[in-house]
Design a protein around this ligand. Sequence first.
Ligand SMILES: [Fe+2]
Length: 68
Amino acid sequence: MPALYSGRTRHIHVKVQAPNRPVLTTQLYFPGEPANQDDGIFRRELLLENLRDRAGGRQASFTFVLDL
Ligand SMILES: [Fe+2]
């Protein structure tokens, strides 16, 4: 889990790229975080899905749909 820091809700930075296409850089957010509602750039459509505990940490998924 990423650490909290002042002024932002918990998030991770990601980059996605289809072959020979531009890089999409965005952030993904964690469901149930109290600070989501106070973060000015939080977007509900970028919430991680299926967040669950796994050995050694946590696991989640997110489906990216690229317009090719
Ligand atoms: Fe960040």
